[in-house]
Write a protein that binds this ligand. Structure first.
Ligand code: BJW
Ligand code: ZN
Length: 248
């Protein structure tokens, strides 16, 4: 594929790379995306569940959704797309993987420089005392309560209408400004502010590459679009780079 080799050549010449991933990258691990087929859960749209209002109104319903997803993610393994991104990290002096995913699969695949902008599904936070901790129970008791104060726990993720962590957002900004190439993989590019990250990087001079089987609102703004599943395109991109220590 000529386009793939053009992107490989671009990466070969780059020293600073940023990547934004979305649910599509975990789709091949069996984790359903939000807006594709299978995005509905018991007739509810994610937009109606991933909000503080939904949780206030019916915490049991929201926790049942998270418990279902935690069960799927607990069984999931990183796929070739995650593994290729982890291997890519070693090829650049500066490589930041920004992910909207809360499943932790990038770290499990070996990625180290990861910014999880929407939090982690494996962390819980007490609504009363604010205690934040890891909680890997699957299934989790519904409703889960705080071991310190008995308050209601919530998943430590970012819901609609909630602000992203300013420290992580600053890390993102810095990585985007430095990036010479930015990859957008497996995201529908409709949820802000992440949907704008590619444009911020492009404004600061980065070449923008989209990896997705389906066009998105950003496709026309991208310099290259590699159409296909991340689990195939990312390993192919890695394979098209010169192998480390491979001599000539
Ligand atoms: C494949 C594939 C394969 C399939 N390989 N690809 C400006 C304009 C308009 C609205 C707003 C705005 N600013 C803020 C808003 C409101 C809102 C928003 O964006 N709404 C839009 C829907 C219109 N944003 C927010 O509220 C954000 N907060 C904020 O901006 O705060 C401001 C503030 C400041 C100060 C004080 C208070 C507030 C927060 C957004 C949080 C989003 N949270 C969720 C849930 C996280 C927890 C959880 O996981 O449960 O994040 S919603 C959900 O969407 C999740 C995802 O990370 C996110 C993005 O989805 P993603 O990853 O793109 O997945 P999909 O399913 O949409 O797409 C999958 C893609 O993969 C598709 O394209 C497929 O084709 C592709 N694919 N198989 C590669 N094998
Ligand atoms: Zn508490």
């Amino acid at each position: 594929m000529a386009m793939l080799h053009n992107v490989a050549r671009l990466l070969q010449q780059a020293r600073r790379v940023a990547v934004l991933t979305g649910a599509g990258v975990s789709q091949e691990s069996g984790v359903p995306t939000f807006r594709g087929p299978g995005g509905l859960w018991r007739q509810h749209r994610p937009e109606d569940l991933a909000t503080p209002e939904a949780f206030a109104k019916d915490p049991r319903l929201v926790w049942e959704w998270y418990d279902w997803r935690r069960g799927l993610i607990a069984e999931a393994r990183p796929n070739p797309g995650h593994l290729a991104l982890a291997a890519l990290e070693d090829r650049f002096e500066d490589f930041t993987l920004i992910t909207q995913n809360v499943d932790g699969l990038h770290r499990r695949a070996g990625s180290r420089q990861v910014v999880e902008i929407h939090g982690s599904i494996w962390e819980v936070r007490c609504l009363d005392c604010g205690d934040l901790r890891e909680d890997r129970r699957a299934p989790i008791p519904i409703l889960p309560t705080c071991s310190l104060c008995g308050g209601l726990l919530r998943p430590n993720v970012v819901w609609f209408g909630e602000a992203l962590d300013p420290v992580r957002l600053e890390q993102v900004r810095e990585a985007l400004v430095r990036a010479q190439v930015m990859l957008l993989a497996g995201t529908s590019a409709v949820v802000q502010p992440a949907a704008a990250f590619g444009l911020w990087a492009q404004q600061a001079g980065a070449v923008l590459v989209e990896i997705n089987p389906v066009p998105t609102p950003l496709s026309l703004r991208c310099d290259y679009v590699l159409k296909g599943p991340a689990g195939e395109i990312l390993p192919a991109l890695l394979a098209a780079l010169p192998q480390p220590g491979g001599g000539l």
